[in-house]
Structure formats: structure tokens, C-alpha cells
Ligand binder design. Structure first.
Ligand SMILES: C[S@@+](CC[C@H](N)C(=O)[O-])C[C@H]1O[C@@H](n2cnc3c(N)ncnc32)[C@H](O)[C@@H]1O
Length: 249
């Protein structure tokens, strides 16, 4: 009642984040969100900017953003010099990627928008140097931006979204070339959508090698996370996985 959250979210935060960190995270998400602008003027939380950095796109590389709308990360990847393919399942959301690219002056030759289900996207195997899965999630790390979401999200959503995240990652992994990188991020902190995904991936796709995310990410499983109270960012989880080059031991 004091923090105005449904009981299940308070129970979840205390159990999975720890008593003190959990309550602190919930309190931090009752504060107004900070507004940060990139050099190109696009408003984007710093944690999201650090996800883009983790993709590590190099000029000329083919990069796929499998869940791209509204295009915050896709436009930043294109500005880093990559040829970006931005996929989103919902046509009106995919249109926002195009709109944002236009506003930022990113030419269509650098950022192609495709409306498709990421679980069955129309690309050949191993066609991309890097693939980002910034997956649909329960959003429990960004409740300061969507204060009402706490009353809409349910524990069932969390399990259903974890299934969708696994399916998206299975499809995404097949699209990464040997020597390329797969990045998974979510703006939530629940175990089924973070460390359980990591554990499942280690078993399902054992050839992918996890890379520890750099500071300010704090280690969580083979990936890293940011609680909202640590850096004043959204709460995020990040996994970086490299596919060994062909012939590598
Ligand atoms: C967290 S948002 C992506 C944010 C975006 N990467 C950015 O930085 O601006 C997740 C997106 O996934 C899309 N989505 C949901 N299910 C999908 C699916 N099966 N295939 C592709 N996109 C999907 C949603 O429409 C939503 O736009």
C-alpha cells in the first residue's frame, strides 16, 4: 500500500531481487524517469543505449534487430555504420521504426523495415553478423515510465512471455553467422525472463559462448543486469553470446 504496487509484484521483488534491493527497486520505479538524449537527439534511456553498445556493430556489418519497434536501438545500430534489418510483428509499430529513421536522417539503404513474426522471419540461416533480440517482456524494469502497467501485468504473462522469448531466441540463433554475435535484452528482471532464459540457452544452444557484459552491468548468470536504483536507468537484463567461428576449437 505504501508504494502502491499489487501484492504479487512486492512478493516477486523481495523474493527474486532480495528484500532490500527489491523494495529499493520498487521505490526507484515510483520516481519520475530521467530523460536522456543521444547525440542525434533521439530520447533513449541509457540502459538501452548500453544494449546497443553490447551488440558491437561494426561499419558495413549486417545486423538484424528481430523486435525492433519503435526503432531506438535499430537507428543507433544504423548510425554506427551497420546495414540494419529491423523486424517487428505489428505493422503499425513497424511503421514507427520507419518514421524514426526518417526523422533522424537514417537512409532506407542503411535500415530496412520488415513486418514479420520473428519466430519465422524470412531470412536464410547464418545471414547476419549480429542479431539483437530486444524481446517483448513483462516490463517490470520500466514501471517508472508506465506506472499503470503494474496493474495490468500478471504472473501468467511472465510465463507466456518467457515461452515467446525462447522461440524468438531459437529463431534468432539460427540467423547468426559463425563468428557472429547474438544479444538478448529485456526491460524486466523476472527470473523466467532473465536467468532462466540463460540456463535454458546454455542447454539448448551450447555452442554459443557467453561474454560477460562490461560495467556498469552487474553479473547475473552468464549475463548482466541493472537494477533501476543503481544508475538511475530502466531495469534491464542483457546476455551477449558469440557463435564461434568455423574451425574454431
Ligand atoms: C521491447 S520492444 C522493442 C524495442 C526496440 N528494440 C527499441 O529499442 O526501440 C518489443 C517489440 O517486439 C515486438 N514483437 C512482439 N512479438 C513479436 C514477434 N513474435 N516477432 C517480432 N516482433 C515481435 C513488439 O511489437 C514490440 O515492438
Amino acid at each position: 500500500v505504501r508504494l502502491s504496487y499489487p501484492d504479487w509484484i512486492v512478493d516477486w521483488a523481495r523474493q527474486e531481487l532480495g528484500d532490500a534491493d527489491g523494495i529499493e527497486a520498487l521505490a526507484a520505479m515510483n520516481q519520475a524517469a530521467t530523460v536522456t538524449r543521444r547525440a542525434d537527439g533521439y530520447v533513449q534511456d541509457r540502459a538501452s543505449q548500453w544494449v546497443t553498445v553490447a551488440v558491437g556493430a561494426q561499419p558495413g556489418e549486417r545486423v538484424l534487430d528481430l523486435c525492433a519497434a519503435p526503432g531506438g536501438k535499430a537507428t543507433a545500430l544504423a548510425e554506427a555504420g551497420a546495414h540494419v534489418t529491423a523486424v517487428d510483428r505489428r505493422p503499425h509499430r513497424a511503421a514507427t521504426v520507419q518514421e524514426n529513421a526518417r526523422t533522424l536522417g537514417v537512409p532506407p539503404s542503411d535500415l530496412a523495415v520488415v513486418v514479420a513474426d520473428g519466430r519465422a522471419a524470412p531470412f536464410g540461416p547464418e545471414t547476419f553478423d549480429r542479431v539483437l533480440v530486444d524481446a517483448p517482456c513483462s516490463g517490470l524494469g520500466v514501471l517508472r515510465r508506465r506506472p499503470d502497467a503494474r496493474w495490468r501485468v500478471t504472473p501468467t504473462d511472465v510465463t507466456e512471455l518467457a515461452d515467446l522469448q525462447q522461440a524468438l531466441l531459437t529463431a534468432a540463433a539460427a540467423l547468426v553467422r559463425p563468428g557472429g554475435r547474438l544479444v538478448y535484452s529485456v526491460c524486466t528482471l523476472t527470473e523466467p525472463e532473465t536467468t532462466d532464459i540463460d540456463t535454458w540457452l546454455a542447454d539448448a544452444l551450447p555452442d554459443l559462448e557467453a561474454v560477460a557484459p562490461p560495467e556498469p552491468w552487474q553479473p547475473r548468470g552468464r549475463g548482466g543486469w541493472l537494477l533501476p536504483q543503481w544508475e538511475g536507468t530502466d531495469g534491464m537484463y542483457l546476455l551477449m553470446l558469440d557463435r564461434p567461428a568455423e574451425g574454431a576449437p
